[in-house]
Design a protein around this ligand. Structure first.
Ligand code: SF4
Length: 479
């Protein structure tokens, strides 16, 4: 995950817009937040562990001056959850200044680290973003755009980047476009000029009043801050294979991707699920909020009444994103409470978007049974997750994925449900209405668009052993 955002708005303060846009991307990462800003002469970075509103508060913003900015909220997939790994990463090198925010995960981190070791570079943190920043700072090139164009063909994996030096803000998407990145335009000022915004999702445009212009293309850089508006630079041929989990679960339901509103896509996934996996029941209810849209679709297609059966504490954070198993297990009870009068004596169809480890789902089923549910039929609006993700979702250890160890009946028994069914890959595609080649489905079918060349299980900590930075608490995969 991670959220990235960039703003260029000539002559007007960029930091307040960048902070507001980042706030809309908070769901993409809750470990740290930060912002780099430039007035054209120097880059200033402010970042810390914590939520966007905690880090970029009213006391900080007045000191962050300039008309260009990048911003980032972090969800770690390579490197510990420590301050040194918060972003934007920053280098004031002999060749150039670089600030960088990264959404994604690289798969040739070791080779790139060897390359850095062979030169004169040194790293501050232990994330793949720190590594990219150090390499960019040392790359022999006339400017940051050329440095990116020279470096990126050697970089393998998933990356949607926002980068900046003193004068330019640059958006980059990897050649497979695994993570999203969009370009938006701010309303015209009195002098007719426009500002521009780069964002992981369209919800980051909406909140600052920018209108969607287009996706940054796979293999493309969009350069802001030059006369004449955004400049497109292609650094590699592109063939989009967007992470389908962005549509199923990760991105905000009010965002648009591949020309579709994600609430509507998820609602249709629920309809497909009702067709594929019907069951007699009294009520359809979502696991809030991850199953809400799909549950609505399931109820519409099945004709079974939709009802809320659990209440979510909206201040508890996403279970998915909490950085340890112990916290995650506590988080479920903190986050969800049953509505006993709705649940008691009823046969329930409970809809959610995924089961990863199975522990969270098991606690939800236990909670509903304690509240008196007569039957609990689980319906998942995605296929089973059989394979790890190496492209920016923290599910890198295969043995921790319940569907990699157990068959459908085994999972049903583990979570304690009366029945369990998943939506098929075909059902997902029918709901989206686009061909399979447009998406990465690797965690479902094992077909990785970018080959993963080394031992997966050491991946997250690949840079820790060579670092001065103490490792933070381990960040366990999804619950
Ligand atoms: S492996 Fe799964 S989660 Fe990772 S990018 Fe592909 S579809 Fe998305």
């Amino acid at each position: 995950m991670c959220g990235v955002l960039g703003v260029f708005s000539a002559g007007r303060e960029a930091a307040p817009l960048a902070a507001l846009g980042l706030f809309a991307l908070q769901h993409r990462g809750q470990e740290s937040a930060g912002l780099a800003v430039s007035d054209g002469t120097g880059v200033m970075v402010y970042k810390d562990l914590g939520l966007v509103a905690q880090v970029l508060d009213d006391r900080r913003m007045p000191s962050l001056r300039g008309d260009r900015a990048i911003a980032h909220c972090r969800y770690s997939t390579t490197g510990s959850s420590v301050w040194e790994n918060s972003q934007p990463a920053f280098r004031l090198g002999p060749r150039r200044t670089v600030a960088l925010g990264h959404n994604g995960n690289l798969v040739n981190t070791r080779q790139l680290r060897d390359e850095l070791d062979a030169g004169t570079g040194a790293m501050v943190g232990t994330s793949d973003t720190e590594l990219l920043t150090a390499l960019l700072a040392g790359e022999p090139a006339a400017d940051l755009v050329e440095a990116l164009a020279r470096l990126l063909p050697r970089v393998k994996g998933a990356y949607s980047l926002v980068a900046m030096d003193e004068t330019r803000v640059i958006g980059v998407r990897d050649p497979f476009g695994i993570r999203p990145l969009v370009l938006g335009r701010l309303p015209a000022e009195a002098d007719g000029s426009h500002g521009w915004v780069l964002s992981s999702e369209t919800c980051g445009l909406e909140v600052v009043g920018a209108s969607f212009v287009r996706d940054v293309e796979p293999g493309e850089m969009v350069v802001l801050g030059e006369p004449g508006g955004p400049r497109s630079v292609r650094f590699a041929p592109g063939r989009e294979q967007l992470c389908v989990f962005e549509l199923i679960y990760f991105a905000r339901p009010d965002s648009f991707m591949v020309g579709r509103n994600l609430y509507e896509v998820r609602r249709r996934m629920g309809e497909e699920l009702a067709t594929e996996a019907p069951v007699e029941a009294d009520l359809v209810m979502p696991v809030p909020d991850t199953g809400s849209a799909a549950a609505a679709g399931y109820a519409e297609r099945s004709g079974i009444t939709y009802r809320e059966g659990m209440v979510k504490n909206r201040y508890a954070g996403r279970t998915f994103i909490q950085p340890s198993q112990a916290l995650r297990q506590r988080g479920v009870t903190v986050k969800l409470s049953p509505l006993p009068d709705q649940v008691r004596g009823r046969r329930l169809i409970v809809v959610d978007a995924s089961i990863v480890r199975g522990t969270t789902t098991r606690r939800i089923v236990e909670m509903l049974r304690r509240a008196g549910a007569a039957e609990v039929h689980l319906r998942i609006s995605a296929p089973p997750i059989h394979h790890p993700c190496f492209y920016g979702i923290d599910t890198q250890i295969e043995r921790e994925l319940i569907a990699a160890r157990l068959d459908r009946a085994g999972i049903r028994d583990f979570v304690g449900a009366d029945s369990l069914a998943y939506l098929s890959i075909g059902g997902v595609l029918d709901a989206i209405g686009l061909p399979r080649e447009r998406f990465c489905f690797a965690c479902f079918d094992g077909q990785y668009p970018v080959p993963v060349p080394y031992d997966a299980e050491s991946h997250k900590w690949v840079l820790e052993s060579r670092s001065e930075v103490p490792a933070g608490p381990p960040v366990a995969p999804v619950g």
